[in-house]
Design a binder for this molecule. Structure first.
Ligand SMILES: [Mn+2]
Length: 335
């Protein structure tokens, strides 16, 4: 008889998914259900997504991590996943848009994060089901003390993920099955088989997210639009990293800070350039730097005025071009 195999948060851990399917001896007519959070943190998100997209008897629920991609709410883990998935990213996110928020059979209910007991799944708040930040806040309002699943007494048992329960699942037989056993943090990937209510689990590789976070520090920094960022934002972005510093990080950030310093050093040169330019220009009115030339003519050209016209690398380079100051060494951010 065909089973339903419900798998906890996979988070890009494709090797562990394959191990788990082997251990559970999944057959073609078994229904494989993911509680959601297929992507982010682990090494192979696209392989995981493609496996589910290609499998006929499968269901994937909307996790809070899929919601982030669907809504374009990016923090570091989403930026890494976008790079990992490369050319397959856009189609994967388009597919994520259509994911359901729950799955239900006469034997089992499945949600990503939580539900309010006693209310039908179709009437639940999607933010609570998916475990978004707003959903977590709403859930706390329903359960100011304790967990939603402590109060769960509905007739059909429920499986969910979202909160890491440790290396073993959170089980109250016949009632609740918390299946997020932290695969992406190096613990385990766990599944519940229904209707036999048997648990399968496999060990994860050593801390996949730690390794992935390190490996993608420089690739993620390379995607930043440095040229149009303020000096403060550049400094914040360089300081903002996830996990231990990877081997290439210091080299890249040093190169970028050197580029910023060279651009900042242009400002006094641009200030000093205006009086010289004034002696060269015959048609001040038609010159691209006419405002600065007029300010100089009135004796009002301050260093601060130049500074305020250089809020970003791009603006600094543009002003240098207007004033005829060569910038070949500062022209582009380090690659
Ligand atoms: Mn998760």
């Amino acid at each position: 008889m065909a089973r339903t195999l419900i798998i906890g948060d996979i988070h890009g851990c494709y090797d562990e998914l394959r191990d788990l399917l082997d251990v559970a001896a999944v057959a073609a007519d078994d229904v494989v259900v993911s509680v959601g959070d297929l992507v982010d943190r682990g090494p192979q998100p696209l392989e995981v997504v493609d496996w589910f997209r290609a499998r006929a008897n499968s269901v994937v629920l909307m996790g809070n991590h899929e919601r982030k991609h669907v809504r374009g709410v990016y923090s570091y883990a989403q930026e890494v996943a976008r790079l990992q998935m490369g050319a397959g990213y856009a189609a994967s996110v388009a597919w994520m848009r259509g994911l359901p928020y729950f799955y239900e059979t006469p034997d089992i209910r499945v949600v990503h994060a939580a539900m309010v007991p006693g209310i039908p799944l179709a009437a639940q708040d999607e933010a609570i089901l998916a475990g978004t930040t707003a959903g977590e806040t709403k859930l706390r309002a329903h359960f100011p003390a304790g967990h939603w699943h402590d109060r769960y007494a509905d007739a059909v048992p429920i499986a969910f993920g979202h909160h890491v329960t440790g290396a073993t699942p959170l089980v109250r037989e016949g009632a609740i099955y918390g299946l997020d056993t932290g695969a992406c943090h190096g613990l385990r990937l766990t599944a519940l088989s229904v209707p036999d209510f048997r648990i399968y689990a496999v060990a994860a590789r050593p801390d996949p997210w730690k390794a992935t976070a390190r490996a993608y520090q420089v690739p993620v920094l390379r995607t930043r639009a440095w040229a149009t960022m303020s000096w403060r934002k550049i400094e914040d972005a360089l300081a903002d990293r996830e996990g231990d510093a990877g081997p290439d990080l210091a080299r890249y950030t040093d190169a970028l800070r050197g580029w910023v310093a060279a651009l900042r050093a242009l400002v006094p040169l641009l200030h000093a350039r205006v009086p010289v330019l004034a002696t060269e220009v015959t048609d001040v009115d038609g010159h691209p730097a006419k405002a600065l030339l007029f300010a100089h003519a009135r004796g009002r050209l301050t260093l601060e005025a130049i500074e305020s016209r250089c809020p970003t690398p791009e603006a600094t380079l543009a002003l240098a071009a207007k004033l005829g100051v060569p910038t070949s060494t500062q022209a582009s951010a380090p690659g």
